[in-house]
Ligand binder design. Structure first.
Ligand code: CA
Length: 233
């Protein structure tokens, strides 16, 4: 959990000078950083490094910032990650597209590093406020935080895949109710998912392996589906 540690910023920029400058200023402000020089590398780090925010250059060779932004938003694991886009003044129309595909804010080049750091701080504050209001589900020692896309068991973070997370979220929303495999499949995988209800069984099993406290709590309801036992708290 990154509650006590400083926030981590991912910087994606293919111009080395700018990358180094932004990196330096963010580190000076006490942020942890990770850096990527291509869009693809940025996408990989967005998942593996669990950053709290991305500073994303629009103009990248091969996969540009817009595409990176789209993909970050499309992946449930990174969908809510705050993004500040770096754009050039001449690309005003791209800036608008950037906001449309899901960037939270943008800074036009050339920019002062101080101004960028101020925007980073402001956006992180905004997100923290929103997270304070976001739904959290608790179940005994389990806490599922929707905005953070995080599940903790007795305060220890348990990494779940997007589908495992979705499945757990759905069960926590409906304790005491029998959820058929079809309902779960539609809710978590979507109506157009081409698969069998066996998929649900496999994911329930994995969920129980990762979160042993659910072993007795998720009941299999013969030939129907699953039910999360009701409990106080
Ligand atoms: Ca660039």
């Amino acid at each position: 959990m990154a509650t006590t540690a400083s926030k981590k910023i991912l910087i994606v920029e293919d111009e080395k000078d700018i990358l180094d400058l932004v990196n330096l200023y963010l580190q000076k402000e006490g942020y942890r950083t990770c850096t990527a020089m291509t869009g693809l590398e940025g996408l990989t780090l967005a998942k593996s490094e669990h950053p709290d925010l991305i500073v994303l250059d629009l103009m990248l060779a091969e996969m540009d910032g817009l595409e990176v932004c789209r993909r970050v938003r499309a992946d449930p694991q990174t969908a809510v990650l705050p993004i500040i886009m770096l754009t050039a003044k001449a690309e005003e129309s791209d800036t608008i597209v950037g906001l449309e595909v899901g960037a939270d804010d943008y800074v036009t080049k050339p920019f002062s590093p101080k101004a960028l750091v101020a925007r980073v701080k402001a956006l992180l504050r905004r997100v923290e406020r929103q997270q304070g209001e976001s739904p959290r589900y608790t179940y005994g020692p389990l806490v599922l935080d929707v905005a953070r896309h995080e599940v903790t068991d007795k305060g220890r973070e348990v990494p779940l895949t997007a589908k495992e997370f979705g499945l757990l979220e759905h069960l926590l929303q409906h304790p005491g109710r029998v959820m058929t495999r079809d309902v779960l499949l539609n809710a978590v995988w979507g109506y157009d998912y081409f698969g069998t209800t066996r998929t649900v069984d496999v994911h329930v099993r994995r969920l129980k392996q990762k979160l042993p406290c659910l072993d007795d709590a998720i009941l299999s309801v013969k030939s129907l589906g699953y039910k999360l036992k009701e409990r106080d708290g």
